[in-house]
Write a new protein. Structure first.
Length: 101
């Protein structure tokens, strides 16, 4: 899953979906942690685990560790993951798939 992370924000939260250059969408996430020594990445994983009620050990930042744009890999049975995550991600999109802030 693609994520656009904003560190040093006022609070930890998933703010919506953002269009990606070249097509597709990324999950927009803000965390209060600073982007140093992996703190923001760790905060991202903790937030996603809490919001999606999944173990943090099932998630990892697999690309973009020092970039704002990241790839987060979620381990588990694909059908179970789709059933769990699709409704949560769908609620982030505004009407007709527009970005929500």
């Amino acid at each position: 899953m693609r994520v656009r992370l904003t560190p040093k924000a006022s609070r930890d939260r998933i703010t919506g979906l953002a269009a990606e250059p070249g097509g597709g969408a990324a999950l927009k996430v803000t965390v209060t942690a600073a982007p140093e020594k992996g703190k923001a990445n760790a905060a991202l994983i903790r937030l996603l685990a809490r919001e999606w009620r999944m173990p943090a050990s099932s998630m990892a930042v697999t690309a973009g560790t020092t970039d704002r744009r990241k790839t987060v890999t979620v381990s588990g049975d694909p059908n179970t993951l789709l059933g769990r995550l699709t409704p949560r991600i769908a609620t982030l999109a505004g009407p007709a798939g527009t970005e929500r802030d």
